[in-house]
Design a protein around this ligand. Sequence first.
Ligand SMILES: Nc1nc2c(ncn2[C@@H]2O[C@H](COP(=O)(O)OP(=O)(O)OP(=O)(O)O)[C@@H](O)[C@H]2O)c(=O)[nH]1
Ligand SMILES: [Mg+2]
Length: 329
Amino acid sequence: MKIALAGKPGCGRSTLFRALAGSPDAETGKPLTVKVPDHRLDFLKEIHNPEKKINATVVFFDIPSPAFSSKNLTLIRNAAVLTVVLDNYALGDTVNDFNEIESELILNDMALCEKRLARLIKESKGKSREAVLLGNLQRHMESGSPLRILELDKGEVAILTPYALLSLKPLIVVSNRMGDPITPDEELSAAVSEHGGTLLGIDAGFELELTEIDESEQAPFLESMGYSSSGLSRLISASYSTLDLIVFFTIGKDETRAWPIRRGSTALDAAGAIHSDLARGFIRAVVIPWELYHEYPDRTLLKEKGELRIEGRDYTVRDGDLIEIRFNV
Ligand SMILES: Nc1nc2c(ncn2[C@@H]2O[C@H](COP(=O)(O)OP(=O)(O)OP(=O)(O)O)[C@@H](O)[C@H]2O)c(=O)[nH]1
Ligand SMILES: [Mg+2]
């Protein structure tokens, strides 16, 4: 999963990026791959002691200023989530900055829709489903609203996917240093939620200082500042929820692994996420719900008790499921 960090010059993106990297010396000019912290995976590793523990990963991009140059736009379009960082440590006007950035995104999308629509009309496809949809999007954006607040059906999403529209992308807004994370910034909160985004307060400077402290001692520091967990964990969990991702696990002698997947995915989708052969030759899935395994981390015992669930290809995967795919190719 790719997450682009963008914002106005000096908003603190690079400070946040280095904090996410866990090092003040991290190079900001290249993508940063970070393991998704997962206590459930850590638990599985303790129990099974596999050779490898493979966390899910996210890749962060520090989008240099100016954020909306054409080179940067490509980076942002390719990201699954756009994270806008707002300078709230130097008493910047966060609401104003947010609105300015949103307008940039919307104007870009309007230009793209207009160009595409003109082309469709020229090709005598002005009444096609795509053209009608683009016209609707344009009318929606003319009032200054981003596309992400629209409810689109599956067909519409499929039509729009190749466009990689900017204001349709899931949005997380990081108010860099809310000062007091317990008291929300109400005006900004309202603006962000009206635009279908998620607001997080992260003190980038403080998070960067944290990286210099021993990992085991970080939690009390975070708590003393009123943060429930690190900026990294909060940013990742916000990204997972905005993308509606859940995780399933596989355990084996050689590796224990976390697999992110869309909520609502089936056992067959899970098999396909692991390897296309597993989907092609799918026979059944052996599933253990997380809560059960957490309580009785013993597959043999669970089998004896008849607690292993044998599921077919249409089974809907639940967050934390331990899954073993039986297949034949
Ligand atoms: N006190 C404080 N200073 C911060 C914080 N975040 C960033 N700064 C400072 O603000 C300045 C700009 O931060 P950067 O992280 O370089 O900002 P940027 O968005 O990467 O800036 P450009 O890439 O130049 O557009 C630096 O001097 C930082 O030390 C913060 O949370 N608290
Ligand atoms: Mg920078």
